[in-house]
Design a protein around this ligand. Structure first.
Ligand code: CA
Length: 225
């Protein structure tokens, strides 16, 4: 996931960048609306973290014009403490959520996760990993021109593992994703789903391997022999 931050406080920028990177997400940060707008034109982002009090332009105006231009990227506003009006105006202008300063990093990350659960990632409409293509919008999973038939909850698991290809995904996170599909939230249910997913993938020419990292979680790896 790629995040764009527009925030004029260098101190807050550094803190936010660190918190985002700790989650394994990528972030580009700028201190002015002008630089931020340029970055949005040139790159693809999954989330915009937007401060409302910017030196060169009002954050609300930035948001309004981006939405008017058709930008679909989710926006999380960083607002001043107690500025209720600002938040209402921000949400009306097309923000997905807001966070009042000062905030705890844990809350920031939780808000971002909540937004991303509601919004598809825009920077990668089709995920590709280990010879598997996952169309995020249509939920179709393909390998070598053939569809891999999976249940919705298995697709959810696969998407999470593919997005984190080569990295360990914590079991608790997998359980959470799994439960969003109405499935039972237990480690046993997840284990069963993972083994079903492995079997289904084995029937295709993928280069994927889902490894169990004992006591931690699972990791999808690309294996080419
Ligand atoms: Ca500011």
């Amino acid at each position: 996931m790629r995040v764009l931050l527009i925030e004029d406080s260098a101190r807050l920028r550094d803190l936010l960048c660190e918190a985002i990177r700790d989650e394994g997400w990528k972030i580009d940060a700028f201190g002015t609306a002008q630089e931020g707008r340029l970055a949005l034109r040139e790159g693809e982002y999954d989330l915009l973290l937007l401060d409302l009090g910017l030196p060169d332009e009002d954050g609300i105006d930035v948001l309004k014009s981006l939405r008017a231009a058709g930008m679909q990227t989710p926006v999380l506003l960083l607002t001043a403490r107690g500025a209720i009006d600002e938040r209402i105006v921000g949400l009306d202008a097309g923000a997905d959520d807001y966070l009042a300063k000062p905030f705890h990093n844990g809350e920031l990350v939780a808000r971002i996760r909540a937004i991303m659960r509601r919004a598809p990632l825009t920077s990668m409409p089709v995920l590709e990993y280990a010879a598997i293509q996952f169309d995020v919008a249509s939920r179709q999973v393909m390998c070598a021109g053939t569809e891999i038939a999976l249940a919705p909850s298995e697709k959810g698991l696969l998407e999470l593992l593919m997005r984190n290809g080569g990295k360990v995904v914590a079991k608790s996170r997998i359980e959470h994703t799994f439960s969003e599909f109405g499935a039972e939230r237990s480690s046993n249910a997840v284990e069963l789903a993972i083994s079903r997913l492995r079997k289904k993938l084995e029937g295709h020419e993928t280069y994927s391997s889902i490894e169990t990292i004992r006591g931690v979680g699972y990791m999808m790896r690309e294996v080419r022999d």
